[in-house]
Design a protein around this ligand. Sequence first.
Ligand SMILES: NC(=O)c1ccc[n+]([C@@H]2O[C@H](COP(=O)([O-])OP(=O)(O)OC[C@H]3O[C@@H](n4cnc5c(N)ncnc54)[C@H](OP(=O)(O)O)[C@@H]3O)[C@@H](O)[C@H]2O)c1
Length: 257
Amino acid sequence: MTDYLDDLFSLAGRTAVVTGGSSGIGRGIATALARAGAATVIVARGEDRIADTVAELQAAGCTAAGVSGDLGSRPGIRALAEAATAPFGEPDILVNSAGINIRPPFADITEEDWDATMTVNALAPFLLGQRYATGMASRGYGRLIHISSQQAHRAFVGSGVYGASKGAVESLMRSEAEAWGGTGVTSNALVPGFVLTPLNARLQEDTGQIAALAARTMIGRNGLPSDFAAAAVFLAGSGSSYVTGQSLFIDGGLSVH
Ligand SMILES: NC(=O)c1ccc[n+]([C@@H]2O[C@H](COP(=O)([O-])OP(=O)(O)OC[C@H]3O[C@@H](n4cnc5c(N)ncnc54)[C@H](OP(=O)(O)O)[C@@H]3O)[C@@H](O)[C@H]2O)c1
């Protein structure tokens, strides 16, 4: 029984890089991958939250390390791509969860807002995926996992440039699936609905809106970072080798109303 489940889902011997792994959905996914056996590198800017996450994982018996850097610029992305290979070598699994949503009113969106959002949310996944997937393909195993948004599919509370960036992420995911097809490298996206994380702390102050969003799901509550654990382990593991180019909605049914 254990061998059977291990063949499908175990990540023992694998190495993972999780951007945004120090908070919210990324932290939930990093925890899941590490607990499933992957040596996991947490990538973000803030050193305190990285250290806290790594300490928690190590206390649970996991192999984990942290790398601090900024995915908000091209040199920053390139530097982090190299630095993230230092702790455990080239990754087998890349999870792109780092993201920003600055939400200016549409008419006020500046070119700087556009560049900042597109750089972290879409360019970093492209450059990191390109950097790592060549090696993954030569080793015959790789998993690119993106965190998209329902805003890739429809407008929602002022989608603005954020929604555009997530549309780019899902198209990038399909392009990667095509580009790396037949090499053992897959690319897929998890599509959250509304998840209670620091990203939307300001929105959470409006308890009426939070309750209304929960009511719009079929399950009857908003998402939690732990809701992404099992799907991430599945997409990272051997059992998903015939799944690529797909968007998997983890949204309590929000998107099908
Ligand atoms: N929460 C939701 O309802 C929701 C819904 C749909 C999609 N998503 C997506 O899910 C992903 C995770 O969101 P979340 O809600 O978990 O957000 P979160 O709790 O705010 O976490 C964001 C993570 O990204 C890191 N990060 C942000 N900017 C960065 C930069 N320039 N360089 C490096 N790391 C950076 C943050 O660490 P530092 O700030 O320390 O750098 C943090 O670890 C995002 O892509 C988001 O768009 C979230």
